[in-house]
Design a protein around this ligand. Structure first.
Ligand SMILES: Nc1ncnc2c1ncn2[C@@H]1O[C@H](COP(=O)(O)OP(=O)(O)O)[C@@H](O)[C@H]1O
Ligand SMILES: N[C@@H](CC(=O)OP(=O)(O)O)C(=O)O
Length: 364
């Protein structure tokens, strides 16, 4: 059988109910052109995951991790079924497979679970029967079959895991931007599209909080030799960036105002806190600038996390803004969001200009 294509559509693709029908049309055209099945990973509509979190907090202000994982991932399930409905309406053979049915097994942490095993069988069977298999992003199951969550914004990771499962050599990630820019194009002026980015540079950008791709999705892609192709989520589905073994070596500036820099009484204390974040799967970086740890991307109930893990309270120092030169990061700390944006802009203005393309030789 031909290898299936694997496509991910982020929440930004589904801002209105009509978006499901429009995307279904485009997927139908592609099915007719390519004559091969597809796996489509779908994220929740923007804000839906966090609405579920709010509802849960009204019932229990400090819910157990497995409740958070169980409830919040339903937002992606809703989106998957809506896209399946739109494809069914067009007469396509489509099914939805949830996290415990796709052969992706994680450790037993309910949140920020790590993938232990990818079994190709369930997907191979489904693709033998359906033109399109839709998978809600971020969902998996542990060895006992209990639902686990790969963490906030982890649909990218699901997509790469499924590309590995079906043996695809590329995974297409669609978003409201056509690729990775030298900084967030919605917040910094004069950003440049980075056409080819190495796994190392992309991993470094996402480690420091660049929202375009989930960090572990890049690691998994590298391990399986899968290229990540970043594309626009609507026609003409322009490909902006390809992430692979080699990149053009450009510099970038990362700003994520949900990230926080915490300072501790000593280096030993900062080391300890960082090791606990790491063990629990929370994205964090031990900064070289002092007894500081940057917690990346937010969505962590920090007070509760510190209490449960008996950690000292970190002093909040501000928002990290990081220059990434290839795989080399330099982090600065801004006191608030406005200052972070100004800092990101001035660091970006000072980035070295990209190397000029080699002149084309004209044959005579
Ligand atoms: N370096 C960057 N290049 C491109 N986009 C970036 C970058 N850093 C941050 N972003 C932001 O990431 C957003 C896309 O991520 P996200 O909102 O999670 O989309 P999706 O819902 O499609 O996964 C863009 O709209 C952009 O504002
Ligand atoms: N439920 C996920 C959906 C996701 O991964 O979103 P996106 O692909 O839009 O980053 C979340 O909000 O975390």
């Amino acid at each position: 059988m031909t290898t299936a294509s694997v496509l991910k559509f982020g929440g930004s693709s589904f801002r209105t109910p009509e978006a499901y029908g429009q995307l279904a049309q485009a997927l139908g055209l592609r099915l007719d052109q390519e004559q091969r099945p597809m796996v489509v990973v779908v994220s929740a509509m923007p804000g839906e995951t966090e609405q579920f979190r709010e509802r849960l907090r009204e019932v229990d202000p400090h819910p157990a991790d497995d409740r958070v994982a169980g409830l919040l991932t339903l937002a992606d399930t809703v989106g998957a079924h809506l896209l399946a409905a739109a494809l069914h309406r067009l007469g396509r053979k489509v099914t939805v497979m949830a996290g415990h049915q796709i052969g992706v097994t994680t450790d037993r942490t309910a949140m920020w679970a790590r993938i232990d095993d990818i079994d190709p069988e369930p997907m191979a069977r489904a693709l033998g029967e359906y033109e399109v298999v839709i998978v809600p992003g971020g969902q998996a199951a542990d060895d006992l079959g209990r639902p686990t969550w790969l963490g906030k914004n982890s649909s990218d990771l699901s997509a790469v895991a499924l590309a590995a499962a079906v043996g695809a050599d590329r995974c297409e990630i669609h978003s409201d931007v056509d690729g990775i820019y030298s900084s967030d194009p919605n917040r910094v002026e004069g950003t440049r599209l980075m056409r080819s980015v190495s796994y190392d540079a992309a991993a470094m950008m996402s480690l420091y909080g660049a929202k375009v791709l989930h960090r572990r999705s890049i690691q998994l892609a590298r391990r399986h030799g899968i290229s990540i192709v970043c594309r626009l989520n609507r026609a003409p589905f322009t490909t902006g960036t390809v992430i692979g073994a080699v990149g053009a070596g450009e510099s970038a500036v990362v700003l994520n105002d949900r990230s926080l820099v915490l300072e501790y009484a000593s280096d030993a204390e900062a080391d300890h806190v960082h090791s606990v974040f790491h063990a629990e799967g929370v994205d964090s970086v031990r900064l070289a600038t002092g007894a500081q740890v940057a917690v990346i991307g937010g969505y962590l109930d920090l007070a509760e996390f510190q209490r449960r893990n008996r950690l000292p309270d970190g002093q909040v120092r501000g928002i990290p803004v990081t220059e990434v030169h290839g795989a080399h990061p330099i982090t600065h700390v801004a006191p608030d969001v406005d200052a972070a944006e100004r800092l990101a802009q001035s660091l970006h203005d000072a980035l070295p200009a990209p190397a000029q393309a080699a002149p084309t030789l004209v044959a005579v």
